[in-house]
Design a protein around this ligand. Structure first.
Ligand code: ZN
Length: 350
């Protein structure tokens, strides 16, 4: 089995939604969701980016959101900004869950690629502490340094809502990501500070103008941890060929998002789909970026998966489909983990 190092999951959000059941979630007796330790082991999940995500207050309405997502065209307004006084307690709780997973001994919070490699060699889940949106960072950026000291090594300035740093891209299909203004002056300072601290910057939820701002300012490779090709699925969250060109020029990387709504050419949410669109996205990303700059960014526990994958235990199904399609063993190893490790070597050591 080829080990998979993955660009994005939302397990910490799921744990924080049911903190008194986290033992059962992690040991698999809960049996819900898409990630737990037994299914990680069964699927060859070796580690990845574990997102801290601050939910919007109205997220109890999720079923309605999902049914609208299954009936494109759709165009959701951006959620309201959440300031750091509201965001910090949530972020601290989710970091606490990651630290708790670390105390279980089955997972290690990694701050260097050497730590990732040694965790993977030992069969320990290698976790990167990642922020999906910088809600918990205050305007002075002091909190960024505090979170860095806790292990933060990757950050997206926004989820799909505004922060004091910039604007996320709304969920809209069909649409490009060209939906509003880019980074604020504070956002530009945040980029420079992340560069100085060697915190990887994630472009996945930024709009087109914000993407361009990061491309202009950042001294690091451009990375979209969980985004797909707009040429295959023309939704706002996916990357245009122009953006893929910018990522390529920077020596960056894209992680394939397994979310049905970002895979399916028709933009629908339904899991009833073949794996073929995943192959088409990967073909397109590899043609645009090269074999060394594409990986996976599953979005497990944050999205609807294609029915044949379903959860983390389905990773071997994907790898078998790619092998059957003609991807050779060397390419599968690059996609599964080698490219992410090389990207982090370039980013954290720079
Ligand atoms: Zn996301």
């Amino acid at each position: 089995m080829i080990p998979v190092f993955d660009g994005h999951n939302d397990l910490l959000y799921r744990l924080n939604a049911a903190p008194d059941r986290r033992d059962a979630i992690w040991d698999g007796t809960d049996g819900k969701g898409q990630l737990d330790l037994p299914r990680m082991r069964a699927g060859g999940f070796a580690g990845g980016f574990f997102a801290v995500y601050v939910p919007s207050p109205h997220e109890v309405d999720a079923p309605d959101f999902l049914s609208q997502m299954d009936n494109p065209p759709y165009d959701f307004p951006l959620d309201a900004l959440i300031d750091h006084t509201a965001g910090q307690p949530v972020a601290l709780a989710q970091i606490g869950h990651l630290k708790w997973l670390g105390r279980s001994g089955a997972l290690a919070i990694c701050k260097t690629t050497a730590e990732i490699r040694s965790a993977m060699a030992a069969g320990t889940i290698a976790a990167i502490l990642h922020f999906e949106g910088a809600e918990a960072v205050d305007p002075s950026l002091d909190a960024l340094h505090s979170f860095h000291a806790m292990g933060l090594r990757s950050l997206g300035p926004v989820w799909s809502r505004p922060t004091i740093f910039g604007n996320g891209v709304p969920f809209r299909y069909p649409s490009t990501g060209d939906t509003g203004p880019g980074l604020t002056d504070l956002g530009k300072r945040l980029v420079a500070e992340c560069n100085a601290l060697h915190i990887m910057l994630d472009l996945s939820h930024l709009n087109a103008a914000g993407f361009n701002d990061v491309a202009q300012i950042s001294t690091s490779p451009l990375v979209a941890t969980h985004s797909n090709a707009h040429a295959i699925c023309p939704g706002s969250r996916n990357l245009t060929d122009r953006q893929l060109g910018q990522i390529k020029d920077s020596g960056g990387m894209v992680g394939l998002n397994f979310a049905t709504c970002f895979l399916r050419p028709d933009g629908r949410e339904s899991p009833d789909m073949p794996l073929d669109p995943m192959l088409r996205h990967l073909d397109h990303l590899i043609a645009a970026l090269g074999e060394d700059h594409v990986g996976f960014g599953s979005d497990f526990d944050g999205a609807t998966m294609p029915k044949d994958i379903r959860d983390v235990g389905g990773l071997p199904v994907l790898l078998a489909a790619l092998a059957g399609y003609g991807y050779n063993d060397a390419l599968l190893h690059k996609l599964a983990h080698q490219n992410w490790l090389a990207l982090l070597d370039r980013t954290w050591a720079a």
